[in-house]
Design a protein around this ligand. Structure first.
Ligand SMILES: NC(=O)CC[C@H](N)C(=O)O
Length: 191
């Protein structure tokens, strides 16, 4: 299964390592040319959403990828990747793909306390260590958005059709269950 990992900035190498462990076929998306071969899924990593958004625009990737997501390309966005997907960003004038009907608040977890990890249940997986690094919170959700994980009574992971967005960093845990779930969903949607 060919999975494109946005590799213009941020923690893309860790996602690639996870995918390799699961025998998927990851490749880096750095420029438009990288989108020429067909692929089955997309991962938007953690990092700095403002920088990634700016580079996506400058490299001419934003519209192309937005269209693919809107047309059903399975996508997993982690942390900054969730911000890129969000329809609204409460404390930012910009939006990027805007395909996921949620409102997020940037830098909501971990500003004063630093990064932290908390184990919580993920739907379809069970207990999983959620690692937060200056993570966004999900403040509001539109109709049809399914909550996959909660922390302190707030959604920390959601799914909407072909899109999964999580505020935490599954790629930094050594636990491949979230990536496995993503690959499984792609597999299932092919049937
Ligand atoms: N670890 C992360 O991806 C942090 C996200 C970052 N604070 C942002 O707003 O873009």
């Amino acid at each position: 299964m060919r999975i494109g990992v946005l590799a213009v900035q941020g923690a893309f190498a860790e996602h690639i390592a996870m995918l390799q462990k699961l025998d998927a076929e990851p490749f880096e998306i750095r420029q438009k040319r990288d989108l020429e071969q067909p692929f089955d899924g997309l991962i938007l990593p953690g990092g700095e959403s403002t920088t990634m958004g700016k580079l996506l625009r400058e490299l001419g990737l934003l519209e192309d990828l937005r269209m693919r997501i809107a047309q059903g390309l399975p996508v997993l966005g982690t942390c900054a990747g969730l911000i890129l997907l969000a329809e609204k960003i409460a404390n930012d004038a910009h939006t990027y793909f805007g395909t996921l009907p949620v409102t997020v608040q940037r830098n909501s977890y971990g500003r004063q306390l630093g990064s932290f990890s908390k184990t919580a249940d993920i739907k379809g997986i069970g207990p999983f260590p959620l690692v937060f690094i200056r993570a966004p919170s999900i403040e509001a959700m539109g109709v049809g958005v399914e909550v996959l994980a909660e922390i302190d009574g707030k959604a920390a992971g959601v799914r909407y059709g072909n899109q999964i967005g999580v505020a935490f960093h599954p790629e930094l845990t050594g636990n491949a269950a979230v990536h496995q779930l993503f690959l499984q969903r792609i597999e299932d949607s092919k049937i």
